[in-house]
Ligand binder design. Structure first.
Ligand SMILES: CC(C)(COP(=O)(O)OP(=O)(O)OC[C@H]1O[C@@H](n2cnc3c(N)ncnc32)[C@H](O)[C@@H]1OP(=O)(O)O)[C@@H](O)C(=O)NCCC(=O)NCCS
Length: 159
């Protein structure tokens, strides 16, 4: 863990733990505060039921962020990565992406893949800084306000 990161005051430890129903309300609170079109409770329980890798980054009982990823044949698809708004711009996304890459390598994956909204400049910046490269676009992939759709940028990272 880098010394420049600043966990909440008096946090006993920063650690990962798997998503369970016990923490799902906390995850939904963060999810709804972080996205215009958040995942639903059903999206998360489906992910758990499907055996996807869903890890929470915790500081004591404080949820800092989480990721959800799906194993493919020789690649891992990142489905959700979120840092709680109060802890954004402190470098936690890198911690989440490093943990994801470590798990994916351990499963024998050769690539990480993800989609991101074309308008999500902050996430695009974070992924590029982490070594992801743009490999394509998916037209009208995401829901957008007023019944519109938004394109996705597809990015990948060799492991
Ligand atoms: C995207 C997200 C995961 C990044 O997490 P984070 O912990 O805040 O990220 P970091 O602290 O590592 O870094 C943020 C970086 O973006 C930069 N940044 C901030 N706003 C930016 C903007 N509008 N355009 C470009 N870069 C921006 C910061 O300067 C920082 O860059 P640096 O590391 O070079 O200083 C987080 O903002 C988040 O959860 N957003 C809402 C959910 C989301 O969009 N998830 C991704 C879906 S694909």
């Amino acid at each position: 863990m880098s010394a420049i990161l600043s966990p909440p005051a008096n946090a006993p430890e920063v650690r990962f733990e798997p998503l369970t129903l016990f923490r799902l309300d906390d995850v939904l609170d963060v999810e709804c505060s972080a996205y215009s079109h958040p995942w639903t409770r059903g999206n998360f329980t489906d992910a758990m039921a499907s055996g996807y890798q869903a890890q929470l980054l915790m500081a004591g009982d404080q949820l800092l962020g989480y990721f959800v990823a799906m194993m493919g044949v020789d690649e891992v698809h990142l489905l959700n990565i979120t840092v709680a708004p109060a802890f954004q711009k402190q470098g936690w996304a890198r911690v989440l992406l490093d943990a994801l890459a470590l798990w994916a390598r351990g499963r024998g994956a050769q690539w990480l893949w993800l989609e991101v909204r074309v308008s999500n400049e902050r996430a695009l910046h974070v992924y590029q800084a982490h070594g992801f490269r743009r490999v394509g676009e998916r037209k009208r992939y995401y829901p957008a306000p007023a019944g519109q759709r938004e394109d996705a940028v597809v990015m990948s990272l060799p492991l």
